[in-house]
Design a protein around this ligand. Sequence first.
Ligand SMILES: Nc1ncnc2c1ncn2[C@@H]1O[C@H](COP(=O)(O)OP(=O)(O)OP(=O)(O)O)[C@@H](O)[C@H]1O
Ligand SMILES: [Mg+2]
Length: 418
Amino acid sequence: MTQQLSATSIALKQAVFIGRDEDLEEAVRVSIMSKFQLERMDELPHVWPDSIDLVLVEYDGESKGILEKISQILTLSKGVSLYVLLKQKDADFIIEANHQGVQGFIECPNEIFHILSILHMQDRRRKGKNGNVSSLFSLKGGVGCTALATNIAAQISTMTENRTVLVDLNMPLGDTALYLNMENDRLYTITDFIYNLNRFDENLIYKSLSQHESGLYLLSLPSDIGELDNLNSEMIKTIISSLRKYFDHVVIDCSSDLSDVTLSCLDESDNIVLVTEPSLSSLRAVNAVIRLTQRLGYLQDSIKLIINRDTSNQDEMLEEVIDALEVDKVARVSNDYISFNESLKEGLLLKEFNPESKVNRQLNCIANMLHNGSINVEVKEDLQPIETKPWDEWLQLAKDMLKHLKSKVRQKTVGEAA
Ligand SMILES: Nc1ncnc2c1ncn2[C@@H]1O[C@H](COP(=O)(O)OP(=O)(O)OP(=O)(O)O)[C@@H](O)[C@H]1O
Ligand SMILES: [Mg+2]
């Protein structure tokens, strides 16, 4: 059964905040609310509750007391996941806390709004996994794959502090350079990349890619189609595995076909993102791909569906068709001709062209879902954007959002009681 992503449909994990700074607590609460419910812990309990998945401890310079508390928590909980929110950098404290078994440090305020991303990547690396791979794919052309891949990759790039690469495999002529307004740049292509494949280290890999002014890296297709003749599925797998060693997220714009190259991308993907329009023919193509992924044994959890050009006055029959597709995670991107086409004409990303637009916020939720596994909170027209703002403005925004959420929960509870 299809399940629309919403804050109420999937249980949130439990996090606790230990500290005195209420503003910091609010900012943390908002930053992690798509995945964790945050509670304040003033006193340590005698018996540690099993339900706590994450502990966030504020560090304001009072080293001795905080180290003692950390030691008590880690002993009581037998090693809960504990991160320190550093309001001050203090090398001695960091070394000692590391020694005690703290899993990581989050610099405040710079890294606060990327907490989920930091937690997620550290968890993956600890388990020996490399960066995420998300492939955007549609069997039907023209549904918006490249527009979405480019803009979602740019959003993830911000979350990962530029450790994201967009790979254009929409052969033979990809459009990502066009969407990023980099067509006139001297671009490093897959051919250059393959040439360097056996010599990569941290420095060379970044030099073998082009970088957009937003910070997003791009691996583009060569303009000479003949250079693609030797590209085979093994090579694609090697390219992807080299990239994910150095990047936190690899986003691929796939071709609209089921060639070996496309199937290799899907094989390597943590997220297979099927893009469709709300039309019967496009949904039929999605259904065929879902059947194929089942036959190939892909994990159902990896399949995500984006209904692009979604209109608010939905056709009931189409909704039934979407509901019948066997995909658990369905996200929607509104039909917004002006934002998509004007941003393209001006050579800007959507987040630069119209950060406050509903479509940009929808793409932000999708980016969060793909990178952090967040539960997608439904985007409403009246919410303000979560873009880079001065710290105090951000806190105000965080408080407003919380108020909004609390009133929604209250309304829901009252509704259910009635
Ligand atoms: N949600 C949307 N609302 C309005 N226009 C959109 C939306 N998404 C994409 N578009 C527009 O649709 C057109 C096609 O998009 P895009 O090039 O991304 O499709 P594609 O699936 O990559 O096509 P191709 O098969 O040629 O690779 C573009 O003009 C793009 O700006
Ligand atoms: Mg395309």
